[in-house]
Design a protein around this ligand. Structure first.
Ligand SMILES: Cc1cc2nc3c(=O)[nH]c(=O)nc-3n(C[C@H](O)[C@H](O)[C@H](O)COP(=O)(O)OP(=O)(O)OC[C@H]3O[C@@H](n4cnc5c(N)ncnc54)[C@H](O)[C@@H]3O)c2cc1C
Length: 452
């Protein structure tokens, strides 16, 4: 992106030295989980149930990450070919959400539409009932390593309304989705496109519409193998781009994703290229896409009968971030592993979502559907050189293509369960995450109801 969001830019390379200061230590726990999205809250539950004392640190005022703040539903991919591929704590969570009237869990494709508000509540309930502590409005901003060894952390630094503080822990799990902790700890990581090249997958701001004649749309994510982008809406938005009223769009997908009510759809259509780990790009994405939402709503209303009486209910609290940092892990999952369903002795989760890649520029998307579930090994969660830091969710070690499949919510939750149990074992047994027996971890997860 070339535009800037600040009125005054300092001279390039300008820096200032921040004076050192003593920080209060807010808590001391076995496991600190950074980020309370799909991977993070499941990791916190798993670690607490495995006997560890846990603190979950989340920058927003609620849990759920992209699922709630970004509204990026439905939750994919719990089934492949009609068979369950993710269960365990994520399965328990969606069943609880369903029981509370907040999700549709029986669609054969294994995509789970849900209600965002019900999700927030169900996520905090399952986490609190596990015994894990939650600190909201806590932004992870730094890490303190032991004796200059970046892979062995003693504290994570947070900014809260109380000021700058530290949390001491034996083990750390980075579930920020953007690798904030591993980057601050100088563990091996980089932008996911650093080797393969090309722009990062675009950001998208979701919005939710009411007053839609959903009977005229295929709104449920009901089948595997189907593309849901609506061709009529696509033509409408293409015209807006030609007329210069929109810069770009994707899909559009107007479905029961992060809503389950008749007459409502959540819409995934806006998109902008940029690096969401860069403050200026992220800010500009929010500003530009918020301008484009009313253009899209107006266009839908004028050109498609299902939307004639629609109205904007809300935009997501934050732009959706598809791709930023990835760790350099002890193993990197590849497209060949995914397509061949290669077995791994240390498998800790199964995947089955298509390899779904959105082009940085233009509205391009490439989708390769899978016929068999593939395995994700524990080593993809372990940064090289790490003694007590794991990741789960969006920063796992995978090539761009493999990540194009593994990046979805059910898989991130399953990896959260794996990382949470691994962190608890390491905290309680004094083991290093790099030496943990991944096959034994897989057996333990299986005994706990996970599908590995
Ligand atoms: C446009 C778009 C569409 C998508 N569509 C789908 C879909 O249809 N189905 C699907 O299953 N998946 C979809 N996804 C993928 C989905 O977003 C991810 O699978 C999922 O959110 C990853 O979970 P996570 O926990 O790893 O990260 P996140 O959901 O990003 O959660 C990270 C959490 O960490 C918190 N956090 C971040 N930084 C810090 C910090 N420094 N300190 C404290 N807290 C922090 C965040 O607030 C957040 O709560 C989509 C993603 C995008 C962007």
């Amino acid at each position: 992106m070339t535009e800037t969001t600040t009125a005054v830019n300092p001279p390039g390379g300008s820096t200032v030295t921040e004076p050192a200061r003593r920080l209060p230590v807010r808590a001391q726990v076995d496991v600190a989980v950074c980020g309370g999205g799909p991977a993070g809250f499941i990791a916190a539950v798993a670690a607490a149930r495995a006997g560890a004392s846990v603190l979950l640190l989340e920058r927003h005022g609620f849990l759920g990450g992209m699922a709630t703040a970004g509204m990026v539903g439905p939750m994919s991919k719990f089934n492949l070919g009609g068979e369950r591929i993710v269960d365990g704590i994520p399965g328990e969570f969606i069943r609880a959400l369903h029981a509370a009237g907040g999700a549709i869990i029986d669609l054969p494709g294994g995509n789970v539409p849900y209600d965002v508000e019900s999700y927030k509540l169900a996520a905090q309930r399952i986490t609190r009932r596990s015994g894990a502590g939650i600190l909201l409005h806590a932004l992870v901003v730094g890490a303190i390593a032991s004796g200059g060894e970046p892979g062995r952390l003693t504290h994570v630094i947070i900014e809260t309304k109380s000021g700058r503080e530290a949390v001491a822990a034996n083990q750390f799990v980075d579930c920020t989705g953007t690798g904030d902790l591993v980057a601050r700890a100088s563990l091996p990581c980089g932008m996911r496109n650093r080797r393969a090249g090309g722009g990062l997958q675009p950001m998208s701001l979701y919005f939710r519409l009411g007053g839609v004649d959903t009977g005229r749309l295929n709104v449920l994510m009901a089948r595997d193998g189907a593309r849901y982008a609506n061709p009529e809406l696509r033509a409408v938005l293409a015209e807006e781009v030609r007329a210069g009223r929109l810069r770009n769009f994707g899909g559009p997908w107007a479905v029961h994703g992060s809503t389950i009510r008749p007459g409502e759809v959540s819409v995934n259509a806006t998109r902008i290229a940029g690096n969401a780990a860069d403050a200026a790009d992220l800010s500009l994405a929010e500003l530009v896409l918020r301008e484009e939402v009313p253009v899209m709503v107006d266009s839908f209303r004028r050109h498609h009968k299902a939307f004639t009486h629609c109205h904007l209910l809300e935009t997501a609290a934050q732009v959706g971030i598809r791709e930023t940092r990835a760790i350099q892990g002890l193993y990197t999952l590849t497209a060949a592993d995914v397509l061949a369903a290669r077995p791994f002795a240390d498998s800790v989760a199964l995947g089955g979502h298509p390899i779904d890649m959105h082009g940085a520029e233009g509205g391009a998307q490439s989708v390769r559907f899978l016929t068999a579930p593939y395995h994700i090994p524990y080593r993809t969660l372990v940064p090289e050189g790490s003694a007590n830091v794991l990741v789960a969710g969006g920063t796992l070690s995978a090539t761009r293509e493999a990540f194009g499949s593994a990046r979805v919510q059910a898989q991130c939750m399953a990896l959260g369960q794996a990382a949470g149990v691994a962190a608890a074992i390491c905290a309680l047994d004094g083991e290093s995450v790099s030496r943990l027996d991944g096959a034994a971890l897989g057996a333990r997860l299986r005994a706990d109801g996970a599908l590995v």
